[in-house]
Design a protein around this ligand. Structure first.
Ligand code: P1T
Length: 387
């Protein structure tokens, strides 16, 4: 079955007892056992819940995975994956990742004795050189947050396999509609389902998808043992969101392309970053491994923080808020918001500067979005003085 059909039906048979078309929200913590040790497959909702099972099966199908596991947040999912490691293990991480991922690695897992090397993963040589005898895992995000760099998944997973390392890809920005890392050789895919999967900014969640038997067994054990699982209502919301993922992603991307074309030649803007642009350094890799370029757009406004603020406080539809991937357009200032936990010198050395803004282009009518950008740009002093 095709993606759009699986998004609506995978894991979602009509309810056998009532015929309800939608998977019920099984709002229960526990399940009756008919006699000691005899039950219908569910014992306790940390271990398993039918609404969660439906979502896990659906997401596994969309990523082409055998197994799916859902979590209470994207970072909950990250923590679960890192439970594959032990003290002394070494991880190679792409150096442009969500600030919370940086924080959990640098401030939480480093204390447990897990070692990290941060490398520009666009150049495979950097990864090759960072491998040590303790290296167990390569962690990639692509497109990256917030610089929208593209990492060659196939090239890196080929290297990882040759060296016996696991590769994890955070596929949050692309969604499985645009990119399926397992098909390119990755072992584990991770999502913040708070974003495009949920799609309506009404739920926080995470997911891990894999076909790697051994990793799955460990991850499944930890899902129950550690317990950062989502509630059934949250699973329902993601499941409902996912049904429209295909049409939403098409609409998001169409709007994003129009926004990029609009912003590109504006005098107040220093540069626009979008993997769909022919002059994006990894445009060819994006074309090869993605079926579209997504709807995240990053740009740098001339004049630094004050001009970024003049713009960000003037938009009406692009509201200034953390997160992304919902139907509504959002605007983020990475330095003070999503990447605030990264020390300034590291942030700046990676190119995350004060004047940088990140758009999550929603699916409102494009005329309204462009009008909003236009009136906000008119408030930016550089533009006013240039007139
Ligand atoms: O927020 P949470 O559901 O825990 O997901 C964390 C996460 C993981 N991976 C990526 C690529 C992410 O972008 C995020 C969360 N990001 C934001 C909140 C943001 O505005 O970028």
């Amino acid at each position: 079955m095709k993606f759009a059909t699986r998004a609506i039906h995978a894991g979602q048979e009509p309810d056998p007892t009532t015929g309800a078309i939608n998977v019920p929200i099984y709002q229960t913590s526990t399940y009756v056992q008919e006699e000691i040790g005899k039950h219908k497959g569910y014992e306790y909702s940390r271990t398993g819940n039918p609404t969660r099972t439906a979502l896990e099966e659906c997401l596994a199908s969309l990523e082409g995975a055998k197994y799916g596991m859902c979590f209470g947040s994207g970072l909950g999912a990250t923590m679960n994956v890192m439970n594959l490691l032990s003290q002394g293990d070494h991880v190679i991480v792409g150096d442009d990742v969500y600030g919370g991922t940086y924080r959990i690695f640098d401030k939480v897992l480093a204390r447990y004795g897990i070692k990290f090397s941060w490398v520009d993963s666009r150049n495979i040589k950097n990864i090759e050189q960072a491998i040590t005898k303790d290296t167990k895992l390569i962690w990639l995000e692509t497109p990256t947050n917030p610089l929208l760099q593209i990492v060659d998944i196939k090239a890196i997973t080929d290297l990882a396999k040759a060296k016996g390392l696991l590769t994890v890809v955070d596929n949050t920005f692309a969604s499985p509609y645009l990119q399926t890392p397992l098909a390119l050789g990755a072992d584990i895919v991770l999502h913040s389902s708070t974003k495009y999967l949920g799609g309506h900014s009404d739920v926080v969640g995470g997911a891990v998808l894999t076909s790697h038997e051994e990793a799955y067994k460990t991850l499944k054990f930890h899902q129950n043992a550690v317990g950062s699982v989502p509630g059934p209502m949250d699973c329902y919301l993601v499941l409902r969101g996912v049904k429209t993922l295909a049409v939403r992603m098409e609409a998001h991307e169409k709007n994003a392309m129009a926004v990029v074309n609009y912003l590109r030649d504006k005098p107040a803007i220093e540069r626009v970053i979008y993997p769909g642009l022919a002059d994006h350094p990894e445009h060819e890799i994006a074309k090869k491994q993605m079926s579209g370029f997504g709807a995240m757009v990053t740009f740098v406004i001339k004049g630094g923080l004050s001009n970024a603020n003049a713009f960000a406080s003037s938009t009406k539809l692009f509201v200034l808020a953390e997160s992304l991937g919902g139907v509504e357009s959002l605007l983020c200032h990475p330095v003070s918001m999503t990447h605030g936990s990264i020390p300034k010198e590291i942030r700046e050395s990676r190119g995350i500067v004060d004047g940088m803004l990140r758009l999550s282009v929603g699916i409102e009518h494009i005329d309204d979005l462009l009008e909003d950008l236009e009136q906000a740009l008119a408030k930016v002093p550089v533009l006013t003085s240039a007139k």
